[in-house]
Write a protein that binds this ligand. Structure first.
Ligand code: FAD
Length: 406
């Protein structure tokens, strides 16, 4: 049995940001990060890859290069949790003991829930920006499509970056519009949900783009099967099953809690790590915290949310290690930069209950309107902030809030 003061499960955005934030506050900490992947991804960049704005490799770095030097990196997957014994078991059967555990293994893409999808992904015009290796295929399809039907699907919530399914569509439409072929392409947005976007303030501006690009909006339409060979997709709708032919299909897979979390004593009913939505402390085990896409908090699952959550978890975790109560609160902030055309973004920023939480004054950026400055933020500023700020524990734009009065 190995033992560390703090064990972090997952070395993605949340795991690395939390490790760095903890070390910034207390450099002497003994932290282990459990992460099986040799690669670390800046997933928000994949929308840009699919739109031909970024090359895929700029969104990937080695895990070794982002892992803080003072951390012990355990190159394995976690398999089970024994919270009563303060113990985690890894894939190879090794047990690790901890004083404090942070659980951040992200969300699982459940491709298998759509019949016939896995075997045709990456060919027959079927793609998804939700995978590093497929985002460039999206761009290939977009460049080559001159006529026919393009379908963009969105599964039921929860998904990470709820705006990403339509971002892919708007960027594609913008390319087709510029090259003069949009009129020959029938574009459908088939969304399992009942609204275009979950926070109403942003819907009018998005609807303008739906109209401008001539997109057919089909709400309550859930992708259930794909047949690559015949290029058909089947959707479940209130009127029964509908099968549509396509020339291009951009799929966003259903998303669920990682199995090993859902099967564990840490899980909420939803399968995600059962934490308090403000402190991100586990509701049953005070020395466990959860954040990022794997957490049960009802925020929009985004990198932007993680940027705010990591310092809060770091503050609260240190308080608990010192025998005190959590001292910082998360307001549910999340952000979704909706790429409505190449060069303009509708910058959705909101917290719990859909409360608008803009980072900038309205005269600079009004998130409800498409803006060039927001595009600059997404294409230039945020990737840099990610690699050089967030992953290294520099907390620009992310100072933890004090706990609200109980
Ligand atoms: P991840 O970054 O996914 O990391 C999870 C890590 O856990 C991975 O490294 C994984 O290998 C590891 N892991 C998994 N299982 C185990 C295990 N058993 N043991 C140990 N480790 C394990 N967010 C925005 O803010 N803005 C955007 O514009 C945006 N656009 C997006 C576009 C797309 C196409 C996608 C896919 C996502 C987008 N996001 C965006 C969302 C953002 O990328 C995620 O919310 C963020 O990465 C969540 O961080 P995380 O650490 O919780 O999960």
């Amino acid at each position: 049995t190995v033992s560390h003061d703090i064990v972090i499960i997952g070395g993605g955005s949340a795991g690395i940001a939390t490790a760095s934030s903890l070390l910034k506050r207390r450099p002497s900490l003994d932290i282990a990060v459990v992460e099986p992947s040799e690669d670390h991804y800046y997933q928000p960049g994949w929308t840009m890859v699919g739109g031909g704005v970024f090359e895929a490799p700029v969104t990937r770095r080695s895990t070794a290069s982002v892992m803080p030097k003072a951390v012990t990196w355990i190159r394995q997957a976690a398999a089970t949790f024994q919270p009563e014994n303060n113990q985690v078991t890894l894939g190879d059967g090794t047990n690790i003991n901890y004083k404090l555990l942070v659980v951040a293994p992200g969300i699982r893409l459940a491709w298998e829930q759509i019949e016939g999808l896995e075997e045709t992904l990456g060919k027959n015009g079927v793609t998804s920006n939700y995978r590093y290796d497929l985002a460039s295929y999206t761009w290939e399809l977009v460049r080559n499509l001159k006529s026919g039907r393009a379908i963009f699907s969105q599964p039921p919530m929860p998904i990470k970056c709820a705006g990403a399914p339509q971002k892919a569509m708007y960027l594609s439409c913008d390319v087709w519009k510029d090259s003069g072929v949009l009129g020959n392409i029938e574009v459908e947005f088939r969304n399992a949900g009942g609204v275009l976007f979950g926070v109403e303030a942003y819907v009018p501006a998005l609807m303008e783009y739906v109209d401008r690009y001539g997109i057919q909006l089909k709400l309550g339409s859930r992708l259930v099967a794909v047949d690559g060979a015949s290029r058909t997709a089947t959707f479940e709708t209130a009127e029964g099953k509908v099968t549509r032919e396509f020339d291009m299909l951009h799929v966003v897979p259903p998303q669920v809690a990682p199995q090993f979390v859902a099967n564990s004593p840490l899980a909420a009913e939803s399968g995600f790590v059962d934490v308090d939505q403000f402190t991100m402390q586990h509701v049953r085990y005070p020395n466990i915290f959860g954040l990022g896409d794997a957490g049960s908090m009802p925020n929009a699952k985004t990198m932007a949310a993680v940027r705010k959550q990591a310092p809060i978890v770091a503050c609260n975790a240190l308080a608990v290690l010192d025998g005190k109560q959590p001292m910082a609160d998360y307001d549910g902030y999340g952000s979704c930069p909706l790429t409505v055309e190449r060069g303009k973004i509708i910058l959705a920023e909101f917290g719990y209950g859909g409360k608008l939480l803009p980072s900038f004054p309205t005269w600079l950026i009004d998130g409800r309107r498409p803006a060039r400055l927001s595009w600059l933020l997404k294409s230039e500023v945020l990737p840099w902030v990610y690699w050089n700020g967030m992953l290294r524990g520099h907390e620009w734009l992310a100072k933890p809030n004090e706990r609200r009065a109980a």
